[in-house]
Design a binder for this molecule. Structure first.
Ligand SMILES: *Cc1c(COP(=O)(O)O)cnc(C)c1O
Length: 388
């Protein structure tokens, strides 16, 4: 936390935890009593329920979302020699997952209005080696399912969803997690469904993918001490699964609250459009689960994004930037030989975006206050400029 008194935090998980503390404690105690800490009952219960909530058949819990991507791609037989299309503007874990699977990442730019992968631009990224596309349902908004499915069918590609920000999101009648061969989720504490530590899951309708994933997370064993692939140790702890299992029934309600908050932000922010501040567009109606609520501060705004962020912080309002550097410009991946200018929309967004406080329980007066403070900062600066 910051030095200044935080008046409106970026996220506050204590609110959702308070309401179900008793049940979570009981679920943890049950695990202690059973002692089934690894691959225990709460894990299989949770895996089945989460998969079904995503419109999938199987769920395989792993140590984190990054592993769900890396091992999940492997389970889908996507690895060395395969090119995988992914957006340049995503959390770096999407890229790390693709690389760890042994595949070659091929970046694509985004639509500047939604920040989601631009499927028209993806047409130019397809080669004879392309095997899959990893759409990222960024900020909680599902990439257009019909366009995605058409694209994948046209080029005979697998769809492997990075749904780490999109638990229970939906669009045009399709659920996130059900669009392709498999989908990866993260249960990092601040995700829409968060554990008390790291966690992740792969969901799939495909029996073979599920079985291979079950082996990969458990040393590649098909039965005890019999190893059919070079797997690893990446299991979702039974204790974490017990917590997630208690939270799952509340997730839809928490998401609905996020949507309500986002709609209030939308309407309060509307007058700021003329001053260069616009929200990232929601094109998925009530299926958006708003993991993040993100605005763009463009060149016409009298204040720069950094100034707004600093001034808000000084007033006790926390914000974030998701993400300040697109993947193709991260120093660790310079060997991929991308350069500044390759993905202009992603690069521009990285400079303009600002994530406002968003979590279930954020009150309507807090939302009003955040927007009122931004409005007054911007108009104060505008006034000063006019008087020069
Ligand atoms: C959080 C996140 C991940 C990685 O999840 P971890 O559990 O932190 O490993 C992957 N992709 C996206 C888009 C994410 O937001």
């Amino acid at each position: 936390m910051n030095d200044v008194n935080v008046k409106i935090p970026f996220v506050d998980l204590s609110l959702q935890h308070q309401s179900i503390q008793k049940q979570m404690r009981q679920a943890i105690e049950d695990v202690l009593e059973r002692g089934d800490f690894i691959l225990g009952k709460a894990l299989s219960d949770f895996e089945a329920e989460f998969a079904s909530a995503c419109g999938a058949e199987y769920g395989v819990g792993v140590a984190c979302g990054t592993d769900a991507i890396a091992l999940g791609l492997q389970a889908c037989n996507i690895g060395a020699g395969s090119e995988v299309i992914l957006p340049a503007n995503t959390f770096v874990a999407t890229l790390i997952g693709v690389l760890r699977a042994g595949a070659t990442p091929v970046f694509v730019d985004c639509d500047p209005n939604t920040a989601l992968i631009d499927l028209a631009a993806a047409e130019n990224a397809v080669t004879l080696k392309t095997k899959a596309i990893v759409p990222v349902h960024l900020y909680g908004q599902v990439v257009s399912p019909q366009e995605l499915i058409n694209f994948a069918q046209r080029h005979d590609l697998m769809i492997f969803e990075d749904a780490a920000q999109a638990h229970l999101a939906h669009r045009d009648g399709y659920k996130a997690g059900s669009l392709g061969i498999a989908a990866a989720y993260s249960f990092y504490p601040s995700k829409n469904l968060g554990a008390f530590g790291d966690g992740g899951i792969l969901v799939t309708k495909d029996t073979e993918v599920a079985q291979k994933m079950v082996r990969l997370r458990n040393y590649g064993a098909s039965k005890k001490y019999f190893h059919v692939e070079a797997g690893t140790n990446s299991r979702l702890d039974t204790l974490q699964a017990a917590v997630l299992h208690q939270k799952l029934p509340h997730l839809a309600g928490w998401n609905a609250n996020r949507l309500e908050i986002a709609r209030q932000y939308d309407s309060e922010l509307a007058p700021l459009k003329s001053m260069g501040i616009t929200p990232i567009e929601n094109q998925s109606g009530d299926g958006h689960v708003y993991h993040l609520y993100v605005i763009k501060v463009d060149e016409s705004c009298p204040l720069q994004r950094e100034e707004i962020q600093e001034k808000l912080a000084a007033l006790g309002i926390q914000t974030g930037i998701h993400y300040p550097i697109p993947c193709h410009l991260q120093p660790a991946f310079s060997n991929l030989c991308y350069k500044m200018g390759d993905f202009p929309h992603s690069e521009k967004l990285a400079k303009q975006i600002l994530s406002l406080p968003m979590y279930p329980g954020l009150t309507s007066s807090q939302v009003k206050e955040v927007v009122a403070v931004i409005a007054s900062l911007v108009s104060e600066k505008q006034g000063k400029l006019l008087h020069i």
